[in-house]
Design a protein around this ligand. Structure first.
Ligand SMILES: [Zn+2]
Length: 276
């Protein structure tokens, strides 16, 4: 049994108040499955409980509560798994999570990846007043820099971010057409790759010349880059190129679906298609 470490360092009240094994299981049964626990193989309601495991009368599968969730196959108790998920949702850095859950760093990273893999690949389409911009994420001196293009819908605050291989009009045009309705008004800086978006694609276009200190209309996407860098620093410390697409997807989900990240129950019930 893993002993819980000093939790006073934790900023999240619910983590500090950690629930018992039985309470977490009862909470999952009630809130996630609404008392209708179904066989993960044939989706029929379980017939009996034998030796603390559910038994499906149709396909004769014995299964646990964990095997119906992202926790499938884990030998860790629910108290630790719950704390891991709470740390991921807050988010708390990998190193803090390691000390709070008394697990190894590779184990914590593996669980963070598992939780992140549940997030759907969404086809997001923005409209109305949209801010677009690019940023370089990562350090060039480590040969680990990736250009990323992003767009933010002013009314909803929803964002779309995508890594590029290079910042040139072919790639930025493709991104705009894929993710921004052509009836939109796009605010960008004075970069040359945005110059013809009105003539070619009939977008409304407002240019803010950053070189003369005019940032106003693109403030929020500029702020998004700051938040993205801070998210990367606080969670994984450094985003290696190969992990950047996953981190961008997670950052988008955290921004566009804040409700998913407010509690483990919300994460387990609201993130689409993870039960079963
Ligand atoms: Zn079954």
């Amino acid at each position: 049994m893993i002993v819980s470490p000093s939790l006073t360092l934790c900023p999240m009240k619910s983590i500090a108040n950690g629930l018992s094994e039985a309470k977490i299981q009862a909470l999952i049964r009630k809130k996630v499955f609404k008392h209708h626990i179904r066989c993960p193989k044939c989706h029929r309601r379980y017939s009996q409980i034998i030796n603390h495991r559910y038994w499906c009368g149709k396909c004769r599968l014995k299964f646990s509560l964990k095997s119906c969730l992202v926790f499938k196959g884990s030998k860790l108790p629910f108290t630790i798994l719950w704390r891991l998920l709470e740390c991921y949702l807050t988010p708390i850095s990998i190193s803090q999570t390691v000390s709070m859950c008394r697990l190894s760093e590779p184990t914590v990273r593996r669980w963070h990846r598992k939780f992140a893999e549940l997030l759907p690949d969404e086809q997001i389409q923005l409209q109305g007043l949209v801010e677009a911009d690019e940023a370089f994420i990562g350090r060039r001196k480590y040969n680990n820099q990736t250009p990323v293009i992003g767009a933010l819908e002013r009314t909803s605050g929803r964002i779309v971010l995508k890594p590029l291989t290079s910042v040139e009009s072919g790639q930025t045009d493709k991104f705009l057409l894929e993710h921004i309705d052509t009836a939109s008004l796009i605010h960008t800086d004075a970069a040359s790759h945005y110059q013809n978006i009105t003539d070619f694609f009939s977008y409304g276009h407002v240019v803010c010349n950053h070189s003369i200190g005019y940032f106003g209309p693109t403030n929020r996407i500029e702020n998004t880059w700051m938040r993205l860098r801070s998210f990367i620093r606080k969670t994984v410390a450094r985003a290696w190129k190969e992990h950047l697409p996953r981190l961008l997807k997670e950052f988008m989900a955290r921004n566009n679906h804040k409700e998913w990240f407010t509690s483990p129950i919300n994460f387990l019930t609201l993130v689409p298609s993870q039960l079963g």
